[in-house]
Write a protein that binds this ligand. Sequence first.
Ligand SMILES: Cc1cc2nc3c(=O)[nH]c(=O)nc-3n(C[C@H](O)[C@H](O)[C@H](O)COP(=O)(O)O)c2cc1C
Length: 381
Amino acid sequence: MQTSRQPYFPKKWEKCINFQVMKLLEPVRLGPFELTNRVIMAPLTRCRANNPGRVPNDLMAEYYRQRAGAGLIISEGSVVSKQGIGHVHTPGLYSDEQREGWKKVTMAVHAEGGRIFAQLWHVGSISHPDYHDGGLPHAPSSVNPNLPVRTPDGRKPSVTPRAMTTKDIRQTITDFSAAAVRAMDAGFDGVEIHSSNGYLFHQFFSNSTNRRSDQYGGSIENRTRFYFEVLEALLTVLPSDRVGTRLNPMYHGRAAIMLNDESLSTFEYIVERLNEYKLAYLHLSRPFFPVESPWLIKNIPEHFRLLYHGHLMLNGEYDRESGEAALQAGLGDSICYGRPFIANPDLPERIMHNHPWEVADTRTYYNGGAEGYITYPSYKD
Ligand SMILES: Cc1cc2nc3c(=O)[nH]c(=O)nc-3n(C[C@H](O)[C@H](O)[C@H](O)COP(=O)(O)O)c2cc1C
């Protein structure tokens, strides 16, 4: 017998009711787009462009098509130049063949009603001479990231990179804007600058990897100058609401990036200044590995939400409940899921129906072809 205090609906309706009240599944504005939900697919390097020209292929188109139910897909990191390469079989956006290959991907996503931004990538020091005809990787300063680097002949120790000249910096700015134009010509809805996770821009931000004494090193303004020059160059070829950017302010202990007394203020400066540009979004990551440092702040979304006034996308070890809770608390406007999207191509649907999530097989993250890439079933299969 139902008492008046019990909910007046049958048990089997609960899933539909979840669906109606979940913020994760509400539409949201991002730049000129009304995204159908707030479940964003994170950039995920999967190394399937296994051809000499690093050209995106049919397999990649199918992989992204399967995930087009995301409110927005952010593509895997795509290198803006040969100098930006540091990983096997990662696609690029520096050739016309790559542009044509990406068209297959964007068309597949759009045909399913999805949206996709291209992540523009330069690895900086996290590379190897094997990718540069024996030449050195480029970086702000000659600081070895001390990481094993994946090369076509297996993992090799990283080397001490060459400090970029002003001419290298100018060239890289040009490479980023050319890649952004190629991305738009390939049908992407926008681009994201990969300014996180220890790669080139992050190497400039941190004074543990940036030891320069010119206008690109020293003060916070100087260490962030190159990044803002790239951003401003992009804004000469793209509307600002088609550009997003990714930061991981508390990344520490890898690629020679160390948190210190200047880290937080550097990222506060960047985030506050980003407000001026009215970008499509700021993508904020929490470190996705354990970090121990006296300069670590744990409340990253809370801290930066107060500083950033545009669309804030949150990433880093969110699940269904914590993602929903972060949105309900107003900490972000969307939640970006990485590993969950590898094994759950239909993640928004699983969220809607409260269906369990599969766990991705790490062995196929960066290796192989279709297996562990397009073989994860949807929950209905
Ligand atoms: C296999 C794999 C590849 C990744 N590739 C990229 C990448 O290309 N660009 C990037 O910014 N982050 C990359 N990341 C980081 C993810 O975007 C994300 O920040 C991280 O997985 C934490 O989110 P999650 O806890 O939802 O997985 C990668 C992570 C994984 C596991």
